[in-house]
Design a protein around this ligand. Structure first.
Ligand SMILES: [Zn+2]
Length: 205
């Protein structure tokens, strides 16, 4: 597997080990869902955008229950996490047409969990070549405007996915996620750097 190098996450990794309060313990009511970047609330859990993403459209699926490991969840709750993971994948397919996904749990600090006390599942959309250009764009990726625009796009995609809409099938007309913009439901992604920038990134890893 190609691993995305995401240096902009260092601020999060360094500072978020011991948050004042658990960021995955949602307050009751949906008034702050927009500010919290909550995309969907299910019966036993919810889907939220990662403010420090590995990739554009990086989502987190978490139970409402403050538990740190999967086996501590009742079966209904664990099944709901899988349902919301499928919903997240469908919404991302509608919005940005990824070419693949990384989906999974990091359990425990040694296992890579940033917030180890509250279980959460990562859904990371992947595109061919994203490991090459991510580092070039590192400084520009996590900006509030980008997160809010992505949030609005994904909220619409979740509504479509819940309504049963399916991503278009058949051969892709373009490898670019921007192709989805013509359908009006894509995340605005950063431009792919020039070949010169790619060569520069390889020369200066
Ligand atoms: Zn919690």
């Amino acid at each position: 597997m190609n691993v995305i190098w995401a240096p902009w996450r260092m601020a999060y990794v360094k500072n978020a080990r011991e948050p004042a309060r658990c960021i995955f313990c949602l307050e009751h009511g949906t008034r702050r869902d927009g500010a919290r970047l909550v995309l969907h609330r299910g019966r036993y859990g919810f889907v939220i955008m990662n403010r420090y993403p590995y990739n554009s459209g990086h989502l987190l699926v978490a139970p409402y229950a403050h538990v740190k490991s999967l086996e501590l969840l009742p079966a209904d709750c664990a099944l709901d996490l899988i349902r919301m993971t499928n919903l997240s994948i469908r919404a991302l397919q509608l919005a940005v047409r990824p070419e693949g996904f990384n989906v999974g749990f990091n359990l425990g600090q040694v296992g890579g969990a940033g917030i180890e006390a509250h279980l959460h599942l990562h859904v990371v959309p992947r595109w061919n070549g994203d490991t090459n250009f991510m580092s070039v764009l590192a400084e520009t990726r996590v900006i509030p405007e980008h997160l809010r625009a992505t949030y609005r796009t994904l909220r619409a995609a979740f509504r479509s996915a819940l309504a049963g809409h399916r991503p278009a099938v058949g051969p892709r007309r373009s490898r670019s996620p921007e192709a989805g913009a013509k359908r009006g439901t894509t995340i605005k992604r950063h431009p792919v750097p020039t070949s010169a920038a790619r060569r520069s990134a390889k020369a200066n890893p």
